[in-house]
Design a binder for this molecule. Structure first.
Ligand code: PGA
Length: 249
């Protein structure tokens, strides 16, 4: 049985003092949760988040990293650096990074490999645009993102990494994919993983849905056959709303 994982993606939001009070307020509401809870916070909040989350079951992640260990890469942060302060997860290949910061499937692949090598758990995002969905290219587009982005890995890596299916047209738009649409695409992702790594890997890998998840649609999405929880943007910025999503059942 696959576990459910719900991760907040704070994007470029929240200051250290807000981070501290958010985690302090959230922790008691999720302490008996069977869902794995992760908060992916800005670099400047990581240390505070790790401190605040210490005695809780909330895990902390970053939102990006570089694939090199160190060097002349102004403005970048390495997997080693994240690991050194105790970060556990890292979002890789988010559509906003692909769209605004020239992230490609090839750089995602280098980052995934480095993260795994350093013992960080990647949350790897894939997803199609509205244009691609309307042209019925969803499976093809995502197939390529998976083929390159998750190419050359070991079968055992899939026990550590998480895939997040995030249709770009549903991110921050208030438009959610229907649970059928999301489940169907996630099933297609598993099929792709079967081709690449076999049945067992595909049926055990955690695949989340992301894109305008809120408390009102969490249950419907997360109780489908193939969706193992969510990557939550906007709705993860309010304690009460995020707590309801985590406790969806
Ligand atoms: P959203 O963002 O929940 O605000 O749509 C999801 C994401 O980008 O991970």
């Amino acid at each position: 049985m696959r576990r459910k994982v719900i991760a907040g993606n704070w994007k470029m939001n929240m200051l250290p003092n807000e981070t501290l009070s958010f985690i302090e307020a959230l922790a008691p509401h999720v302490k008996n949760s069977e869902v794995e809870v992760i908060l992916c916070v800005p670099y400047t909040d990581l240390f505070y988040a790790l401190l605040a989350a210490q005695e809780t079951n909330i895990k902390i992640g970053a939102q990006n990293m570089h694939w090199e260990d160190s060097g002349a890469y102004t403005g970048e942060v390495s997997a080693k650096m994240l690991k050194s302060i105790g970060v556990e997860y890292v979002i890789l290949g988010h559509s906003e990074r692909r769209q605004y910061f020239a992230e490609t499937d090839e750089t995602v692949n280098k980052k995934v490999k480095k993260a795994l090598e350093e013992g960080l758990k990647p949350i790897v995002c894939v997803g199609e645009t509205l244009e691609q969905r309307e042209a019925e290219k969803t499976d093809e587009v995502i197939g390529k993102q998976i083929e390159i982005g998750l190419g050359g890995l070991k079968e055992t890596d899939f026990a550590t990494l998480i895939i997040a299916y995030e249709p770009i047209w549903a991110i921050g738009t208030g438009k959610t994919a229907t649970s059928e649409q999301a489940n169907e695409t996630i099933r297609a992702i598993r099929k792709k993983i079967v081709e690449m790594y076999g049945n067992e890997v595909a049926s055990n890998v955690i695949i989340q849905y992301g894109g305008s998840v809120k408390s009102a649609n969490a249950k419907e999405l997360f109780t489908t056959s193939d969706i193992d929880g969510g990557l939550v943007g906007g709705a993860s910025l309010k304690v009460e709303e995020f707590e309801k999503i985590i406790n969806f059942s």
